[in-house]
Every structure is written in C-alpha cells, then in structure tokens.
Design a protein around this ligand. Structure first.
Ligand code: FMN
Length: 220
C-alpha cells in the first residue's frame, strides 16, 4: 500500500492565502493620540497576548504609518475590540491614514476618556484595553511594541464568567476578498456568532485517557 501524500489530504495554497486558515480572528482598532491633533484609529491584525507579570500585549506597527509616530511619542495606546457595528471603522481605519483625515470624526465615533492613559476608548467597542509601552524592538521597518495593561474594560454585562457573551456581537473577522467582479473595493467578511451556538466542552475524558502519573501532574 502506498502512503497517502499531502496532496491527497489538502489543497495547496499560496503564502498569502495561508492567513485565511487561522480565522475567525478579532482585528483590533488601535487608538493612539497626538498631543495637539487629538486621537486616531487604525486597524491591526498583528497583535497578540505576550506574557503575564506584567500582563502585556505585543503590537506590530509599520514605521511608515501615523499610529507609529503617535505611539512612539506618547508611549500609550488602546486596543479596542470591534463589534460588528464597527465594520465601517475597521474598513476605513485600515485603508486611510490619520495624517490625511480625522477618521474618528469622519466615522462619527463616540469616545470616552481613558482611566489610566491619556488616550480615549471607543464607546461602541465590545471592550478596550489601556496600555503603556514597556519595551519595543525593531525588525524590518516595523516596531513591535510591548504594552503593559493599565486598565481593561468590557461593555456592560458582556463578560459571562471569563467568557465573552456572544450577545456582545464581537466582530469575528474572516478576511477580505473581491466578492464581485466589478467591485471597486474588497468585501470584508465576518461570521455571525449566534449565542445559541456557544458550546461548552469539558476536558475530563481526554485527561482520563492519560497515564496516571501524567494525569496527576496536569490536574494538580
Ligand atoms: C485587516 C487589517 C489589518 C491590519 N493590521 C495592521 C497591523 O497589525 N500593523 C500595521 O502596522 N498595519 C496594519 N494594517 C494597516 C493599517 O491599518 C493602515 O496602514 C492604516 O491606514 C494606518 O493608519 P494610520 O496612518 O492612521 O496609523 C492593517 C490593515 C487591515 C485592513
């Protein structure tokens, strides 16, 4: 019998399309602030939780964009989690620069002052995390900012224990594509997460399957 090949199992895709497979994700709306010109937003996919003590997030910012200058200057930023209502903001904030237009004003977004940082939060976001830059490094024209969490907020009643309620309507982003041949711009796709489809899955059975010594280690 011949071994099945990778091509028997999968469709091969290009490197650009590889980003389609870890979806849905939640893009962040990054809020930063210029001392005189005021706040700006940009869309960001290159962010991650990057450690505890202090609890920190890593955000990769191209050195070409306005947000880079603002974070460098102030040492502060906010990661806002968009609801589906903010799909226009996610689109616009990822396409045009705050150097050319006041995006918050153009989108008519409501903001509220931050509690620990001098950067506003987005009132219609599912949640906002206030961060101060604790460290950064540069790699290929991008700065990777480590932001330490100063305060974090979720919309009223949206946290059920440690799980975000799907009623909060988080934007489960699936990516963008040319949906129609004559489209002027790409379409953005997101999944409609219905609270009825939230599943809870206990891990007991798979832990039971471990050898006893290992089981004790993981359940201690
Ligand atoms: C879905 C999406 C994700 C993006 N992620 C990032 C990112 O993580 N880092 C980055 O530097 N730019 C990212 N961009 C590009 C910026 O959002 C874009 O250059 C924006 O216009 C910069 O705005 P600014 O000049 O006002 O800062 C992303 C764009 C889109 C559409």
């Amino acid at each position: 019998m011949t071994q099945p090949t990778v091509d028997d199992h999968f469709d091969e895709i290009g490197e650009y399309d590889s980003k389609a497979i870890f979806k849905p994700t939640v893009p962040a709306l990054v809020v930063s602030k210029h001392e005189d010109e005021g706040p700006n937003i940009m869309t960001a996919s290159w962010w991650m939780l990057a450690g505890y003590n202090p609890f920190r997030y890593l955000l990769a910012v191209s050195q070409k964009i306005y947000t880079h200058d603002l974070i460098e200057e102030s040492g502060e930023f906010v990661l806002a989690a968009p609801s589906t209502e903010l799909i226009d903001a996610v689109t616009l904030a990822g396409m045009v620069s705050g150097r050319d237009i006041d995006k918050i004003d153009h989108l008519d977004l409501e903001t509220v002052p931050g509690k620990s940082v001098d950067v506003p939060l987005l009132a219609d976001a599912v949640g906002n995390i206030e961060l101060s830059v604790m460290d950064s490094f540069e790699f290929e024209n991008t700065t990777y900012f480590f932001g330490s969490v100063e305060s974090a907020f979720v919309s009223k009643g949206a946290l059920d224990g440690r799980i975000l309620s799907l009623d909060a309507d988080i934007l489960a982003y699936m990516g963008s594509d040319w949906a129609e041949e004559d489209a002027q711009s790409k379409h953005r796709f997101y999944a409609d997460l219905d609270p009825e489809n939230l599943e809870s899955f206990p891990g007991d059975e798979i832990i039971e399957s471990l050898p006893p010594e290992l089981r004790e280690q993981v359940t201690d």
